[in-house]
Design a protein around this ligand. Structure first.
Ligand code: GSH
Length: 306
């Protein structure tokens, strides 16, 4: 069963998974998607979920990096990423929401945006802005000013620098916390205007170099058609999770699964499993055959289809 990562180079959440694949030593196929919708070759696989990245292992599709990390750990037979338990998970969740917003606010402030957008035509910039406005429509997320973001960054980076007394944040080996912190700071470091903001923090810089040294692993280029064909030729693997279902919902029910924060597009399928970490639904399309779609249980809403 081959691994396909559907991503694009500038996506910071994708960078989290690229270095995770390098760390786990898993060979993978890279399918580069457009940075904006539509993505017609991806939607049959995700069922409409529109955020980036998405990871496919045969006919199992993982959407959202929290569950991608779980899927990869299971595939690699290495659960050390989760060895810090609650602490690792909570730091990762905080980084993927609060620290992510701080870094996006910094890279999207006018003086920092120029470099990122300089390769795009005016029409492409407009299309990008319109796409992101649609992504945020009805979003339940906090926003703040660039000055506030600078205050947050200095506060967080000072504390993180002081805490990095071992090779990785929570010990001698990396956990999900390291990968979630890393991709946010990678985004800041990749912006020439914002990169100097990390200069006062030598431990952060050394730790970032240790993570960057994992590389992206063994990558081969592929396209969306090849990924669809691989899904079609594969049978989905049931992760055999111990489901803990709320009252009124049963396995095999027709349900929708929707992110709670932004990009709130419901994915319809039949419930396969719902554990404290993972929701799995089964779907079938002509282009893909039968699939299992995995989402994290925290941050997604499950509802019975009417
Ligand atoms: N909670 C999600 C967040 C993913 C996310 O927000 N990704 C950004 C790109 S870095 C995105 O989807 N942007 C809009 C898009 O690519 O369509 C995860 O962990 O995967």
């Amino acid at each position: 069963m081959d691994i396909y990562l559907h991503h694009y180079p500038a996506s910071l959440f994708s960078e989290k998974i690229r270095v995770l694949l390098g760390y786990l030593g898993l060979p993978w196929h890279s399918v580069v998607t457009s940075s904006i919708m539509p993505r017609p070759l991806l939607m049959p696989l995700t069922g409409g979920y529109r955020k980036t990245p998405n990871l496919q292992i045969g006919a199992n599709v993982y959407s959202d990096t929290a569950v991608i990390a779980r899927g990869l750990a299971r595939h690699a037979g290495d659960s050390s990423l989760f060895s810090a338990g609650f602490n690792g998970d909570r730091i990762a969740e905080w980084a993927d929401t609060q620290l992510f917003r701080v870094t996006v606010t910094l890279n999207f402030r006018p003086e920092a945006l120029g470099d990122m957008m300089s390769q795009l035509s005016a029409a492409e910039v407009n299309a990008f802005m319109a796409d992101r406005a649609e992504l945020s429509e009805g979003a339940s997320i906090t926003t703040f000013t660039p000055d506030a973001a600078l205050g947050y960054l200095a506060h967080y980076a000072t504390a993180l620098d002081a805490s990095l007394t071992k090779d990785f944040l929570l010990g001698a080996t990396p956990t999900v916390a390291d990968f979630s912190l890393y991709h946010c700071l990678w985004f800041v470091a990749a912006n020439p205007v914002n990169a100097p903001l990390l200069e006062p923090y030598p431990r952060i810089r050394a730790w970032m170099e240790r993570i960057a040294a994992f590389g992206h692993g063994e990558v081969s280029e592929a396209d969306g058609e090849q990924a669809l064909a691989h899904a079609r030729d594969s049978e989905p693997l049931d992760p055999a999770l111990n489901s803990t279902l709320p009252e009124g919902i049963a396995i095999d029910d027709a349900v929708t699964v929707t992110p709670v924060d932004y990009g709130k597009i419901p994915v319809s399928g039949q419930l396969v499993a719902w554990s404290p970490n993972e929701i799995v639904v089964s779907r079938e399309t002509k282009q893909t055959g039968r699939l299992m779609n995995h989402f994290p249980s925290a941050g997604f809403e499950v509802a019975r289809s009417p």
